[in-house]
Design a protein around this ligand. Sequence first.
Ligand code: GAL
Length: 785
Amino acid sequence: MMGIKNNFQLLWLISTILLLFIIVLVNGISIANLKNNEIKFHKSQNEIKNNKLNVTYDGRSLIINGERKLLISGSVHYPRTSEEMWPIILKQSKDAGIDMIETYIFWNIHQPNSPSEYYFEGNANITKFLDLCQEYGLLVNLRIGPYVCAEWTYGGFPIWLKEIPNIIYRDYNQQWMNEMSIWMEFVVKYLGDYFAPNGGPIVLAQVENEYGWLEEEYGINGSEYAKWSIDFALNLNIGIPWIMCQQNNIENAIDTCNGYYCHDWIQGHWEQFPDQPSFWTENWIGWFENWGQAKPKRPVQDMLFSNARFIAYGGSLINYYMWFGGTNFGRTSGGPWIITSYDYDAPLDEFGQPNEPKFSLSSKFHQVLHSIEQDLLNNPPPKSPIFLSQVTEVHQYGSNLSFITNYGTGPSADIVQWMNQTITIQPWSVLIIYNNQILFDTSFIPPNTLFNNNTINNFKPIKNIIQSIVEISDFNLNINNYNNDYYSESSSSDNNVISISPIEQLFITKDTSDYCWYITNVTTTSSSYNDKGNLFLTISEFYDYVHVFIDNDYQGSASSPSLCQLQLKPKDNSTTFQLQILSMTIGLENYAAHMENYTRGILGSVLVGSQNITNNQWLMKSGLVGENVKIYNNNDENNNNWIKTSESSSSSSSSTLIQTPLTWYKLNISLNGLPNDIGSTVYALNMSSMNKGMIWVNGYSIGRYWLIEATQSVCNESIVTNYIGEYDPSDYRIDCNQPSQSIYSVPIDWLFNNDYSNQYATIIIIEELNGDPNQIQLLSNKIIN
Ligand code: GAL
C-alpha cells in the first residue's frame, strides 16, 4: 500500500512539476510576445457590469432588452483629452441628454512600435474610459476599424505595417487580412467584458470605415474585402450588431450614413434594407482645421435643423461628430497639415467647456426628443411627407406628434395651415409639434442665450510665473553616441543611413519623429551659378516641409506641394559646403486609398543651379538629437545634457537668448497659488511669440505648434441670427488673417503632473526657427456651466 502511495505521490509530483513547467513555458511565451506584461484580458472590476444586455435591431431602431431605443450619440475620442478629464466630459455629456459615446479604437497608439508590444497607459487606457462611460450611464459604439480616418495620423495604422512584404491595406490581401484579424481578435478578447451581452456598455461595433467610398479603387478585390470584413467580424461572435458606415453593398452589417445631412439617404436605405434601422453615425457638426486655414464653425441652427430632419424622416440614432473634439496631442494629428487643436466647433469645446449656444440648445433639443421617444418609435415613420406648401412638409407620427419642415431658402417665413392652426415657419427650420404645441423650433435662439463663440478670447494670462529659462541648440547637443555630429558621414546605424541618392523619409524614421536630415557635401561647378552668380537650390518633389541649412546656417524653408526653390548663401562665397536639409512630416495622411505606398521626405531630384546633386551621396538621420536623447523628459540624466549656450535666468531678456534655428528651451514655471480644481479651471499656452516646433509639459507632449497664418481673408461669423441654406465648411470661418492656432490646450492633470500639490512645472520646447520664449504665457479660464 505504502509503495503504491509513494509511487502515486511521485507520479503526482512529476505531473505537477511538468504542469508548472508548461505553465511557465506558456506564460513565458505569452509574456515575451506581449512585452508589456501588464496585458490583462479584463474581468470586470465593476459591479454594474452584472447588467447584461440583449441587443438586437429591426427596421425601426436598436432594441435593448426588448425595448426600442432612440439614441443620441456623441463622438468623444479617448486619447484626445487626458485621463482625468474623462469624467468631466462624460458627466457633462450625460447631463446634456447624450445616451451613447462613439469612439474609434486607435491601433497605432496601442501598438506604436511593433506587433508584439501593447500600450494602454494614461489616456490610452481604453478600459478605464469604458468603465467611466458605464458609470455615467452611457452606452458605447466602438468603431474598431481598424482604419479610422478621424484626422488621426495614418488613419490609425501602425507604421510597422508598411514593412510587411507585399501588404496592401484594406484589400483582399492575405498579409493585410492576417494583420487585421490579429488586431481585431485581440481587441475583442481584450475588451470582452465590455460588450453588452457580457454586462458592458458596448452595444454597437463597427468594422472598416467608409470603405464604400473608396472600394472602387481596389477593383474586384474591394468588394471581396468588404464581404470578408463583415464575415470575419460576425465570426468574432461578440453578440451585438455590427455596423459598416457608407457601405450599401453588404447585407449583414447595418449600413449607416455620414455627412452634413442624412435625411435624404433614408428612403434609399430602407428600399434596400427594410430590416435595418436608419442610423446617422457622423453628423459633421463642425469641421477640422488645417494649418493655414481659419477656424471652421457650423451654425447651431443648421446643426439642429439637420438632426431634427433626420429624426423626422425616420432615423433613430444620431451621432454628433464630434460632440467633444479635444486635441491632437503629440504627433497624433493626421493630414498632412491638420492642426493640433481638434476643437471641431463641437458642443463641448477643445477644453471640455460648453461651446455656447451649441451646448445648451442641443441639450434642450435632446430633452424634447426623449420626451417624444415613445410616440416616435411606436408609430411607423410616414412613407412620404405631406406637403403644406412648395417648401414646407410634415412628417406625422400618430395623432399627436408632427415635424414641420420648411426647407426653403427664400428670405421670408412660410405661413401654413396644420391641424386647424395657422403656423409661421422660418426658412431652413423644423418645428416639433406635440398636441398643437411647439416643443422645439430649430431656428429659434432664445433672447437670453449665452454666446461664447470663441472661448479662447476669454482666457486670462497668469503673471510672472516663468522662474528660469535655459536653452541649447540642437546642433550643440553632441552627446554620447551622437558625437558624430551632422558633419561626419559615419557608417550606417539605426539613426544614420548613407545612400547615393535620398531615401524616402518614413523608411529612415519609422515615423518615430517628424524630422529627417538629408545631408550632402557640395562642391560647386560653373553650372551651379546663374548669370548673376547666385546659387539656387531646387528640390523637385518633397513632403511635407523643409528647412534648409548650409554649414549650420539657416537658408530658408519651403512647403510642399510647390517646388522648393531657395537661394543658398555659403559663408565667404565658399565653393564647398555641406547642404543640410531638415525634412519634416506634419501629420501623416489619414484618408486615401493605398496608404501602404505612402512616402515622405525628398522624393525628387535635387539641383544647385543646373548641377544635379541627386546622386551625390547622402547621409540621412532620423530625428533631432534632442529627441533621440529624449531631452523633453527633463530627467537628471538629461539635466546634465543641458548646456547653456547663453546665460539665462528669470531676468533674462529676449536679447540674451540665442534665438537661432533648432533651439531647445526649458522653462521652469511656478504653479504656486494656481487653481487646481479639475473640472472648473482649464489651462493653455499662448505661443504667439514663437514660430514653429513642438511643446512638452512635464514630459507630456502637447503637440506641434506653428504660427502660420490663415490665408482666408474673408470670414463669415458663425453667429448668424437667420441661418439659411446648405452648410459648406469653407463658407463659415472665424479668425481670418490670424494664426490658425496660437493657443494650445494643457490638461490640468498634466500641468500638475498628477500631483495637485506640485509647485513647479517644466515646459520644454523645440523651436525650429526663432522665437521669444520669455513671452510664452500660461493662460487659464474658469469653466462656466
Ligand atoms: C469621415 C470619417 C471621420 C472623419 C470625418 C471628417 O469621413 O469617417 O473619421 O475623418 O470624415 O472629420
